[in-house]
Design a binder for this molecule. Structure first.
Ligand SMILES: [Zn+2]
Length: 227
């Protein structure tokens, strides 16, 4: 099915939403989660999935503004009027939007805690998060006793293959009726998290990063019972 859009059909992303996302990007950078021009961020309007706005590649996230996003269609391809290069990881954003129709924002960080943990837990293919009050920051979770599993996928520069692996995981998880964390980790690379609104996506990514920092500190203190 051809999902590409003409200019007349381009998805309209409200300027206010781009301003809000730019503010979130600068805030995550200020927390040290997006160093050295890394990471990428996207947003779309609720409703049928026709495309999204994503951060332009290679810019300092501490200086990010609403003008530094570009629009891509539902295949992740830049609209004809766009002159900039989208992030190399645009296809991963598309995969999340395609798999979860209610999601309207996808955020990605390259934190030290997330990357170190991803190396420690890569062979386990994920991290179980439980017994933290912060778990209640995730949509639908009302108790610290819930166990949340966040998967770790091997990193790759082949975004077609990687997005297929991730999409297959989502479909399998959905079919098995598992509770899926609103996020995944790429080993040695970073975290992706999302939400049904920008504020929910921000809350999720901050909660993940907080929990990663806690886990890493526990590891450094010799705590070994983490699965
Ligand atoms: Zn990345």
């Amino acid at each position: 099915m051809d999902l590409s859009l003409t200019e007349a059909q381009r998805p309209v992303i409200q300027d206010d939403n781009l301003e809000s996302l730019a503010r979130v990007v600068r805030g995550l950078h200020a927390q040290g989660l997006t160093p050295a021009t890394s990471s990428n961020f996207s947003i779309r309007e609720a409703g049928p999935f026709t495309g999204f706005s994503i951060s332009v590649s290679g810019l300092d996230k501490g200086l990010f503004s609403a003008q530094d996003f570009m629009q891509v269609d539902a295949n992740g391809k830049p609209l004809p009027s766009e002159k900039s290069k989208p992030s190399a990881e645009t296809l991963l954003h598309r995969t999340v939007y395609r798999s979860y129709p209610s999601v309207t924002s996808v955020l990605h960080t390259h934190s030290i805690a997330g990357v170190v943990l991803s190396k420690l837990y890569e062979t386990a293919k994920g991290i179980a998060l439980d017994n933290f009050e912060m778990l209640k920051a995730f949509k639908g979770i009302q108790s610290h006793t819930v166990k949340l599993w966040i998967p770790i996928f091997p990193n790759s520069q082949n975004m077609d293959e990687l997005s297929e692996v991730i999409e297959n995981y989502f479909q399998t998880s959905l079919a098995q009726d598992m509770i899926c964390a609103p996020g995944f980790i790429l080993a040695g690379h970073g975290l992706y998290a999302w939400g049904d609104s920008l504020s929910e996506a921000k809350r999720h990514i901050e909660a993940f990063e907080y929990l990663f920092t806690c886990l890493l500190a526990l590891k450094n203190h010799g705590y070994t019972s983490l699965t």
